[in-house]
Design a protein around this ligand. Structure first.
Ligand SMILES: NC(=O)c1ccc[n+]([C@@H]2O[C@H](COP(=O)([O-])OP(=O)(O)OC[C@H]3O[C@@H](n4cnc5c(N)ncnc54)[C@H](OP(=O)(O)O)[C@@H]3O)[C@@H](O)[C@H]2O)c1
Length: 289
């Protein structure tokens, strides 16, 4: 994602945050005026305790102050940029300590001189593991009429467990087949349609490069389909998390062939069908050799 896009997203979020606060202020003014006028009605001998109304107004006011702190103090000073800077400072301190320790050990002859050339692990950029996650029937069947072919609750749990708190990249058709952004994940949707609109929180990009660029902060972004996007991504991914559903399905989209000269299987969990999961299935992990 380009910097200007990031800035635009940030500004958009900030405007929404402020807008919510202003609405809260207005609601508070209207609400507390109504409550206050209720206390005046007390003069007409209505049977309720005025103190409760005052307590209610005070509690609401405290909530309004907390909201103010969240929008104008916490969010301003302790936002993601602040966290990133703190982490960088901390890593820099660690790095200095490591360099000092290395120098000391070299003086004492306990560490060979060439070790001096070694870069600190704290400054080594963490590599991303770009992962495809997919479920396939026999013959790599993926879906039909823009829908999945089975309902396997255990596979959905597996998918949720692996992808939660990560960035997920998908084609426009897969997004539409899901129908909404998946919660607790940054949903990135690839489409050639520049005017494509998605709900707040999801991102629209126009190619795979842009999608991957948007995931820079995530060490393990996932490509979640469908067939067109798997085809684009397979040549560059590091890992494939594949659920094999051991059954023949009629399909109109298929997962691309995995080249076993390039990928090797590193784990396989076999599961039998049960009352909730209608078919036998296996969770298989492949990594790039
Ligand atoms: N079994 C599984 O694990 C699994 C997972 C995901 C999906 N599925 C199934 O897969 C099917 C959907 O897959 P699909 O292959 O038809 O569609 P898809 O890959 O989800 O999305 C295709 C769309 O992505 C956009 N796109 C593709 N290549 C692009 C490129 N190079 N640049 C820019 N945009 C690009 C285009 O959107 P525009 O047309 O808007 O430009 C294209 O129509 C459904 O049946 C779904 O249920 C199965």
């Amino acid at each position: 994602m380009s910097t200007s896009h990031q800035q635009y997203e940030k500004a958009r979020k900030r405007i929404i945050q402020k807008k919510r606060f202003y609405i809260h202020v207005i609601l508070f003014i209207i609400g507390s005026s109504i409550l206050f006028s209720l206390t005046l009605l007390k003069g007409f001998n209505l049977s309720y305790n005025i103190t409760y109304v005052y307590i209610l107004i005070v509690i609401w006011f405290i909530l309004l102050v907390l909201h103010f702190i969240k929008v104008y103090i916490t969010s301003k000073f302790f936002n993601q940029d602040w966290e990133r800077k703190q982490t960088e400072n901390l890593l820099e301190k660690h790095n200095k300590k490591v360099i000092q320790l290395e120098k000391k050990l070299q003086k004492q002859g306990l560490l060979p001189k060439e070790k001096k050339e070694r870069k600190s692990i704290f400054f080594t950029k963490k590599k991303q593991t770009i992962t495809i996650i997919a479920a396939v029937g026999n013959n790599n069947a993926l879906g039909k009429d823009n829908k999945l072919l089975w309902h396997l609750p255990n596979d959905l749990k597996h998918f949720k467990k692996l992808t939660t708190n990560h960035d997920i990249i998908m084609g426009r058709k897969t997004y539409e087949s899901i129908g909404k952004p998946l919660p607790n994940r940054t949903n990135i949707i690839i489409t050639r349609n520049k005017d494509y609109e998605v709900p707040y929180g999801a991102l629209v990009v126009s190619n795979l490069d842009e999608a991957l660029d948007a995931t820079r902060k995530d060490e393990c972004p996932f490509i979640i389909g469908g067939a067109q996007i798997y085809n684009l991504a397979l040549p560059i991914v590091d890992k494939i998390e594949l659920t094999q559903v051991h059954h023949d399905f009629e399909a109109d989209v298929f997962f691309p062939e995995i080249d076993f000269n390039i990928f090797k299987e590193v784990s396989r969990e076999i599961h039998k069908a049960d009352e909730k999961n209608k078919y036998d299935y296996s969770f298989v992990t492949y990594i790039r050799k």
